[in-house]
Design a protein around this ligand. Structure first.
Ligand SMILES: Cc1ncc(COP(=O)(O)O)c(C=O)c1O
Length: 412
């Protein structure tokens, strides 16, 4: 089924324009994001030294938001009074409904705490649940702010590297157990995994959680990519596995990746354990950040209540992008090895076959391919020689990027 779909997409790509199939939403048109203070497009000169690059780096997508979201924002803007607000019943119900419908996780209203972002939430968790000098485990390579939130809060990073086997990452429980001591207090989990795209299986999560429970280690589970999961895979919210696991974890969620609304800064921290919740709220109250941005709240409600159809089409589009990308690399750029993601719109590509140093690799992608990517070394030692691609863009852009690599490699 997927293959024939992919074939069809190849044909359409050959014909250049792809609008006109049975999809309701248009993910093919290229919307100009320049001159909108857009991090992805407007900071290329500053970050990469040239402007003429296709940006496939930071994790947002080049797609307009679902119509119900834009309409809700317009409606709210027309009211034209933008004073203080609080998370409304509609807000909580939208989160509860989404978690139940899409993730089979029954969340009580009291468990939810609005927070302006998942990275700020990670930092609050570290301060709320650990002391300076405590050890926090991360499974590397991993989303780079995991390192800085630990370090910048004066805690110690403990690396539990993932094992790369059969072309994908696996958790290393033996190494984890060896690394635990009396100062180890927290593990930050990336689920689904950025940059490797793993959607962890229930058994994998359970084994991890059991080790943590036995050793009094709290798991903070960053599930920001939880809705972007491809067919054949299922995201398991860590807290949904058992009551015992739920009470030993903090689940961080957001509509930001799912609906491409990261600039609206809205995320939710879900904590069922009353004692942990009290500590978390005491910590965020120190900074007085518990009232949502008006537009973030409106966008969340419209996203979770009215934009599911948009998401389902987006997922199909992204899955075809993923398959197109992997197929292209396998068939036409065999010096690169792309890890097929089970979720996320990020693809982790092993570039060690090019035999370049990390600096040469960066230079190759920027100056020979004219692409802005995330350098794998950002994600930790294990990422050296890898590059992270963001495929959340119109397929024609992705195709252009791949053609540029193919051409440049021929000249190496
Ligand atoms: C795993 C992960 N966590 C958190 C974030 C960012 O979260 P926020 O923008 O809500 O701080 C990202 C963005 O790429 C991410 O990949």
């Amino acid at each position: 089924m997927l293959n024939s779909k992919l074939e069809a997409h190849y044909d359409i790509i050959k014909e250049k324009d792809m609008i006109g199939d049975d999809r309701m939403y248009d993910f093919d048109s290229i919307v100009d994001r320049r001159n909108t203070s857009c991090l992805k497009w407007d900071s290329l000169g500053t970050l990469y030294g040239r402007e003429d690059l296709i940006p496939l780096w930071v994790a947002d997508m080049d797609f307009p938001a679902a119509k119900p979201i834009t309409e809700a924002l317009e409606r709210r803007a027309r009211h034209s009074i933008f004073g203080y607000t609080f998370p409304s019943d509609d807000y909580y119900n939208a989160v509860i409904g989404w978690m139940a419908r899409r993730h089979n996780f029954k969340v009580e209203r009291e468990w939810i705490t609005y927070t302006p972002g998942v990275v700020p939430a990670l930092s609050y968790c570290i301060r709320a649940f650990t002391e300076p000098g405590d050890k926090v485990i991360i499974q590397t390579p991993v989303y780079h702010p995991f390192y800085s939130v630990i370090r910048d809060n004066w805690r110690e990073i403990v690396r539990n590297p993932l094992k790369l086997e059969d072309g994908k990452y696996h958790m290393d429980y033996n190494d984890l157990m060896k690394k635990i001591d009396s100062r180890t207090k927290m593990l930050i989990l990336c689920s689904p995994h950025n940059p490797g795209g793993r959607v962890w299986k229930e058994e994998e999560l359970k084994e991890l959680a059991d080790i943590c429970i036995r050793n009094n280690i709290l798991i903070v589970s960053d599930e920001i990519h939880f809705d972007i999961v491809y067919s054949g895979n299922r995201h398991i919210v860590l807290g949904s596995i058992s009551d015992e696991i739920r009470d030993n974890c903090v689940v961080l969620t957001a509509p930001s990746k799912t609906f491409n609304i990261a600039g609206l800064q809205v995320s939710n921290v879900i904590i069922s354990n009353e004692e942990l919740r009290r500590k978390y709220r005491a910590e965020i109250n120190k900074d007085h950040v518990s009232t949502p941005n008006i537009f973030g709240g409106e966008a969340l409600i419209a996203a979770y209540n009215e934009s599911e159809e948009w998401l389902d089409e987006l997922l199909e589009y992204l899955e075809c992008n993923r398959d197109f990308f992997i197929d292209y690399i396998n068939k036409r750029i065999p010096k690169l090895k792309a890890m097929k993601p089970e979720g996320t719109y990020l693809i982790w590509v092993d570039c060690r076959g090019l035999n370049m140093s990390p600096d040469e690799l960066k230079d190759f992608f920027v100056n020979k391919c004219q692409l802005a990517l995330n350098d794998g070394g950002m994600f930790g030692e294990e990422g050296k020689g890898f590059m992270r691609f963001n495929i959340g863009c119109p397929r024609s852009l992705l195709k252009e990027a791949l053609e540029r690599i193919e051409k440049a490699i021929d000249m190496v």
